[in-house]
Design a protein around this ligand. Structure first.
Ligand code: ADP
Ligand code: MG
Ligand code: ZN
Length: 474
């Protein structure tokens, strides 16, 4: 039998606020365990939550960019469960009146994926399981989250991963979250079922957790679909379970029967008033929405004639796109700026183990370097050397000056050196006279070396050929 795969995603995204959602504690990542906690985030008796407006503002930006309808009056609810990652024994979330509903995301191929709803909630603490005990870090408790729930609209893991990439791009461009899967600021659960091809009834799903990368999402979807198909084909039934993705064995491992909504005894949180969102705020946020990746790609292609690959690479992260646009704004021709960034800048970032938000070189320095090449002060090879020298700081023009790297366009000087080179390599000259064209390359290389690389290659090439031709006729 042929089977269709059906996938829906629940994605948790940590919002990029400086303080937590219901108290003033800092959200800094990587601080010493339990150093960023107060009575509110620990749920001590008598403490009361106060909603952080900045978290609402970021969540609304996301809701609008995901084409959702914002709920004019949304409410907070308590999701009760007993587990040591949450000292209050309930999580403040939204169930009955979530912040936003009914949106969609358009994937690069054009497919629209439905967003069922999006709500605000607080993060829980992080458990560190050791050999013989479990340590708990409550710093993460109370970090603002949005949970974004899609319709069951994906038919394979590649689509699910493409959606996550698109979502990440949107949220990063909005400044809503840094979306680092490896640091847990973007986490996703996969819900997956299979059904006979063409059927429109949903099969029983499982929920997959612990997916730490896009690759894990793809592999887990593949594995889980095959596991369910094998069960059904052997006459069994899929159980509605929560499974853990095991990165080492690359398998999904059933953990427990999936909890149903009733298990959480949701009820409205009496400590928090309803959240009222006015049209004015929404209008302002719509006006302020920054240009997103797909809009930049379209503009780069239209205004600067960049190809698809360049446009896609330069817009993978807003920091890279911003750097590129600054270099162009400082006068660099767009195609040259693109080549330098996609070649040298990305190479150096990766060699120095830096992220694209951490480019140490000011845009001004790269623009100046590109100008030094265009106006003939240095040639390309020298420019790469200068680039490496000033990448972590320094002025290209000054570096060129102090290291005497200016190329010479002086025909007499180049001619003198090429004459020397020909005199020192009579065999190559003889070879060339005998018709071995390759000898030119060798002589050219020797001449460039004797010139310290500081002459325009085209000029050197022309002079080498001229002098050789002269030998032929003499
Ligand atoms: P829960 O919070 O219990 O996981 P939801 O009903 O909110 O429940 O669904 C969560 C996600 O599971 C959604 O993304 C939804 O599209 C997806 N989903 C629901 N039923 C199925 C199914 N039978 N097969 C695949 N995905 C499903
Ligand atoms: Mg779920
Ligand atoms: Zn706190």
């Amino acid at each position: 039998m042929n089977w269709d795969i059906v996938i829906g995603l629940e994605t948790h995204v940590e919002l990029a606020t400086r303080s937590k959602i219901f108290c003033g504690c800092s959200t800094t990542f990587g601080a010493p365990p339990n150093s960023l906690c107060c009575p509110v985030c620990l749920g001590l008796p008598g403490s009361l939550p106060v909603l952080n407006e900045a978290a609402v503002e970021l969540a609304l930006k996301a809701a609008l960019a995901l084409n959702c309808t914002v709920t004019p009056i949304s409410r907070f609810d308590r999701k009760n469960y007993f587990y040591p990652d949450l000292p209050k024994a309930y999580q403040i979330s939204q169930l009955y009146a979530p912040l936003a509903r009914d949106g969609y995301v358009e994937l690069p191929g054009g497919k629209r994926v439905g967003i069922h709803e999006m709500h605000l909630e607080e993060d829980a603490g992080k458990l560190h399981h050791r050999e013989d005990r479990t340590a708990i870090d409550y710093n993460r408790c109370g970090i603002p989250l949005i949970e974004i729930v899609t319709a069951p609209d994906f038919s394979n893991g590649d689509e699910a991963a493409a959606y996550l990439e698109q979502l990440r791009s949107i949220l990063q461009y909005l400044g809503v979250s840094d979306c680092r899967m490896e640091q847990g600021s973007l986490r996703c659960d996969v819900n997956l079922s299979v059904r006979p091809a063409g059927s429109d009834e949903l099969g029983t799903r499982t929920e997959l957790k612990n997916l730490g990368s896009l690759r894990a999402v793809r592999l887990a979807c593949q594995y889980e679909a095959q596991r369910q198909i094998a069960i059904l084909e052997s006459g069994g039934q899929v159980r509605c379970q929560t499974c853990r993705w095991d990165e080492d064995t690359r398998r999904t491992v059933p953990m427990r029967d999936k909890e149903q909504v009733g298990d959480y005894r949701y009820f409205p949180d009496p400590d928090l008033p309803p959240l009222v969102i006015g049209d004015q705020q929404l209008d302002r946020l719509r006006r302020e929405q920054p240009e997103l990746a797909h809009e930049k790609r379209r503009r780069y292609a239209r205004d600067w004639q960049l190809g698809d690959y360049d446009c896609a690479t330069l817009t993978t992260h807003p920091a890279l796109a911003a750097f590129f646009e600054q270099v162009v704004a400082l006068g660099a021709p767009p195609k040259q700026a693109a080549n330098w960034i996609m070649g040298q800048v990305l190479r150096r970032l990766s060699a120095d183990d830096l992220g694209v938000e951490e480019i140490p070189m000011p845009a001004r320095a790269l623009a100046d370097l590109i100008a030094l090449v265009s106006n003939g002060t240095i040639n390309r090879n020298t420019a790469v050397e200068v680039f490496d020298a000033v990448f972590t700081g320094g002025d290209p023009a000054e570096y060129v000056r102090t290291h005497h790297l200016e190329q010479t366009g002086d025909v007499e000087q180049v001619t003198a050196i090429v004459e020397d080179v020909l005199a020192q390599n009579p065999q190559s000259v003889t070879d060339w006279l005998a018709g071995k064209e390759k000898a030119v390359g060798f002589l050219m290389g020797q001449a460039m070396r004797a010139l310290g690389g500081k002459a325009p290659p085209a000029l050197v090439n022309e002079i080498v050929r001229q002098l050789l031709e002269r030998k032929k006729s003499s």
